[in-house]
Design a protein around this ligand. Structure first.
Ligand SMILES: [Zn+2]
Ligand SMILES: [Zn+2]
Length: 455
């Protein structure tokens, strides 16, 4: 692939630069040829992070990409020179987009090998990187079995988040291919924390187009998963085993786990570590911390949390409960990322520290006062509004209501070309009669004939 080049102040560059852009503080890496760039290992994590770019506060190479305050200085420069809100065409984003195009070409180079791996089951360990006990053990992890044919987007929505204990459809996230820093995430979504993408890789590939088998090519492959681009909770996914196709059935299973998920919007990971230390040193006493977790969005509706004697124990892991949560997620409709969970206060937004200016939001600010969604609601979805108990805010989310697009088997989680839809509600797919029959007991509670839908 020969990339087009441009001239900037007499030099050859691979990105279009606004002549008024003084490129103050811009790392020279963005002016180099993306095709010959070698991704660098981040000295802090020891891994390849977003696009293999490195923050110079950690390294000493002039090509290092600083996070702050450079990113914020650049954000304002980019907004004036390359358009407010969608800084899509800044030199940095253009450069990452070129890396993305090269990456996609590589992913498509050997479809037969990808297809073979998609028929295999993977045993994956998802480890939460930002919390360790006194001995330095990163004790919060889950081991799941999942088909290599599962799309990254589905894996995030229906497996990783419920297995870990995070909320679904609340925050943005990115996957990182550890072999080269290739970044994947939710396209055409309205997560408010995407406004931090300029600090976390600038641009990502659509995670709905690629499966686990595209990235995890062997048992040494690793995948990063960063959850909530504001707080930035880092997870690392390693391959424990890739099963031969003959031993693979595509079924999703949560095999084991350890440690409790931190609360949503709890604090930054480094601060949460301190909170954890405090909690452990006080024998889990710490009424404010306990209350904070109890009120967190990923804890407040958990059945056991309602009991008076419940206490948050960071080392507690309830495998049975996590399995139920996973089963419910598999049977549910896919999250509608055009309308993630958002908290609205009066006429504005609150709770997740966003600011207007990203895709679709500013155009729909008028809707905020109408009590509905700030985003356009796609056909096949509806905006739901939930009053928050004892608070003035309300939670808005887009929920799918029409025919559910083909995804995975609602009972076993298998991705399959030959899935059959429940003819009555058209809201769930099955890999075969056997799964449909065994799931009927659970599904009949929610199966409503389509057309009878009342809003
Ligand atoms: Zn099935
Ligand atoms: Zn049904």
């Amino acid at each position: 692939m020969t990339l087009p080049t441009y001239k900037h102040k007499g030099k050859t560059v691979w990105v279009k630069i606004n002549p008024k852009d003084d490129l103050l503080g811009v790392p020279p890496v963005f002016l180099t040829n993306p095709e010959t760039y070698t991704p660098r290992v981040d000295p802090e994590s020891g891994r390849i992070e977003e696009w293999g770019l490195v923050d110079p506060q950690q390294g000493d190479d002039p090509n290092d990409v600083p996070e702050m305050p450079y990113e914020y200085i650049r954000m304002f420069a980019k907004q004036t020179l390359y358009g407010f809100g969608g800084d899509k065409e800044s030199p940095e984003v253009q450069w990452c987009k070129l890396r993305a195009a090269l990456k996609e070409k590589k992913l498509k180079a050997d479809p037969a090998a990808v297809k073979a791996r998609q028929a295999q089951d993977y045993i994956l360990k998802i480890r939460f990187e930002d919390l360790q006990d006194k001995k330095g053990d990163k004790f919060c992890w889950r081991v799941v079995k999942v088909s290599g044919g599962m799309k990254l987007s589905v894996f995030s929505d229906k497996v990783l988040l419920p297995a870990m204990g995070w909320c679904r459809n609340y925050h943005a996230y990115t996957f990182i291919d550890r072999s080269d820093g290739g970044l994947f995430g939710p396209k055409e979504s309205n997560y408010i924390d995407l406004s931090h993408l300029h600090c976390h890789g600038q641009y990502f590939i659509d995670d709905d187009k690629y499966t686990l088998a595209h990235i995890l090519v062997d048992e040494k492959s690793e995948l990063g998963y960063n959850y909530d681009l504001g707080d930035f909770w880092r997870h690392n996914i390693t391959v424990e085993k890739i099963l031969p196709a003959e031993e693979s059935n595509g079924k999703v299973e949560l095999l084991s786990g350890s440690g409790a998920c931190p609360p949503e919007d709890g604090s930054l990971p480094e601060r949460w570590q301190k909170t954890y230390d405090k909690l452990m040193n006080s024998n889990l006493r710490g009424p404010e911390i306990q209350k904070k977790v109890k009120d967190a969005l990923n804890y407040k509706d958990e059945p056991e949390v309602k009991s008076k004697s419940w206490r948050y124990d960071p080392h507690h892991f309830d495998l049975a409960r996590a399995k139920t949560r996973l089963q419910e997620a598999l049977a549910s409709r896919a999250s509608d990322k055009t309308g993630p969970k958002m908290f609205m206060m009066g006429g504005g937004m609150g709770g997740i520290g966003g600011f207007p200016g990203m895709g679709g939001l500013s155009a729909n600010l008028a809707n905020l006062n109408l009590g509905g969604s700030p985003f356009p609601v796609p056909s096949g979805s509806q905006a739901t509004v939930q009053k928050e108990k004892g608070r003035s805010s309300r939670m808005v989310e887009h929920i799918r209501v029409g025919d559910e697009p083909k995804g995975i088997c609602g009972s076993c989680g298998r991705p399959d070309d030959k899935l059959l839809r429940c003819g009555r509600c058209r809201a769930i797919w099955y890999c075969g009669r056997e799964c449909q029959r065994s799931h009927w007991k659970a599904h009949k509670q929610v199966c409503v004939a389509s057309g009878d839908d009342v809003d």
